[in-house]
Design a protein around this ligand. Structure first.
Ligand SMILES: Nc1ncnc2c1ncn2[C@@H]1O[C@H](COP(=O)(O)OP(=O)(O)OP(=O)(O)O)[C@@H](O)[C@H]1O
Ligand SMILES: [Mg+2]
Length: 364
């Protein structure tokens, strides 16, 4: 049997569990063609949740998923939207080609088929078109599609648009106000940048219902894990706390436990050993990363990953031999590098595995 604990890519169908409350809530939005802003810390399960929602709505809706993590220009943004829209058309090659002609007036597509997976990919030919024209073409195609069936359009890693110096959000607002059966889902993990796009006076203000995704609930985790492992509630709680609710790390540990202790009763020691294995595998890349830090950044990182309550106390500053102002500025630099994040005046490392590596390797 293949390992039932998935920790890379999207967890789909039988490997996906929990999120019942969230799915019901999002389904209501979709049924009413309303929009969603979904955000969380990294690796909580946003993309998996969106994919699962799309899977469940695959028959009654057109589902379009775009990941814009890599965009470097507004034209690339438009190109990803167009490609994803082209992908929404299913059928044999002949049907697809005739559909593309019907839905795209000014754009033609290069089509290639992967001989191994039979997956079709589309390359829009965009020469001579301005960004605004590409977007117009995209939305015209999208709206036409929505007359046949309801559409779910998800843009993952949406905060990336803040890196481009164009008003993509204002343009999106204009199209989103058109009365078509489209639900827009925006997802992302950089809390500040993504929520800033939806705050008062921003173009997308009040254009979507906000949902912050927490960890999976412990009863779903226990129910799923118990199907494949002998594990009790207290041990599951131990694992959840160790991972600080991060879904990916938790799944990775379950994955290892399933490979090594399928037939034993799981104990906290086994969980610790699985974590050690993960930290060991990551250690060289984390060391490389850590070596890129300046001396004060290293000190700041150590302080953040230790369990110090008041990081600016005289005691701490003395122990780490650092001035308050240098610590504050190093923290800011680590924040700019996206190594650390801040919530309610408390700094933390959003990547739980990196945080645990810091705790275990640097602070012993
Ligand atoms: N509901 C779930 N059931 C089972 N596994 C899940 C679930 N949600 C997430 N996972 C697992 O956790 C991993 C991280 O989830 P996912 O990539 O969906 O999170 P994310 O919030 O989109 O992360 P990122 O911030 O990196 O984009 C996935 O690879 C998947 O294997
Ligand atoms: Mg994701």
């Amino acid at each position: 049997m293949i390992n039932p604990f998935h920790y890379e890519g999207f967890a789909l169908e039988e490997q996906f569990y929990g999120r019942n409350v969230e799915l019901v809530k999002i389904q209501k939005l979709v049924d009413n063609s309303n929009n969603l802003l979904l955000y969380s810390k990294r690796r909580m399960g946003k993309s998996s949740l969106i994919k699962e929602l799309m899977h469940r709505n695959g028959d009654q809706c057109y589902t379009i998923y775009c990941d814009i993590f890599d965009i470097a220009s507004k034209e690339e943004f438009a190109s990803i939207l167009l490609k994803s829209l082209a992908k929404a058309h299913h059928g044999d090659l002949k049907t697809i080609i005739s559909n593309l002609k019907k839905y795209f007036k000014r754009i033609t597509f290069g089509i290639s088929v992967d001989p191994n997976t039979a997956e079709i990919s589309y390359t829009p030919r965009l020469e001579g078109l301005s960004f605004e024209e590409m977007m117009e073409e995209f939305f015209e195609g999208l709206f036409l599609l929505s007359k046949e069936k309801r559409v779910i359009l998800a843009i993952d890693e949406f905060q990336q648009i803040t890196l481009l110096d164009t008003k993509i959000d204002a343009l999106l607002r204009k199209y989103m106000q058109e009365p078509y059966n489209v639900s827009y889902i925006f997802a992302g993990s950089k809390r500040h940048s993504i929520t800033s796009l939806f705050t008062y006076s921003a173009p997308l203000y009040e254009m979507a219902t906000h949902m912050e995704l927490g960890g999976l609930d412990s009863s779903s985790i226990l129910a799923y894990a118990s199907k494949y492992l002998s594990i009790n509630e207290a041990t599951v709680e131990y694992l959840i706390a160790l991972c600080d609710h991060e879904t990916k790390l938790m799944q990775h540990i379950f994955h290892i436990l399933y490979n090594t202790h399928k037939d034993a009763t799981i104990t906290p020691v086994m969980i610790d050993n699985a974590l050690e294995e993960i930290l060991g595998d990551k250690s060289s890349s984390y060391t490389l990363l850590y070596d890129t830090f300046s001396l004060t950044q290293k000190k700041a990182f150590k302080i953040i990953t230790s369990d110090i309550e008041n990081i600016y106390s005289l005691d701490t500053l003395k122990t780490y031999n650092i001035q308050k102002a240098s610590l504050a500025s190093a923290l800011k630099q680590l924040y700019m590098k996206e190594i650390i994040d801040k919530e309610k005046d408390r700094w933390f490392v959003p990547d739980r595995t990196l945080e645990l590596w810091g705790k275990r390797m640097l602070n012993r």
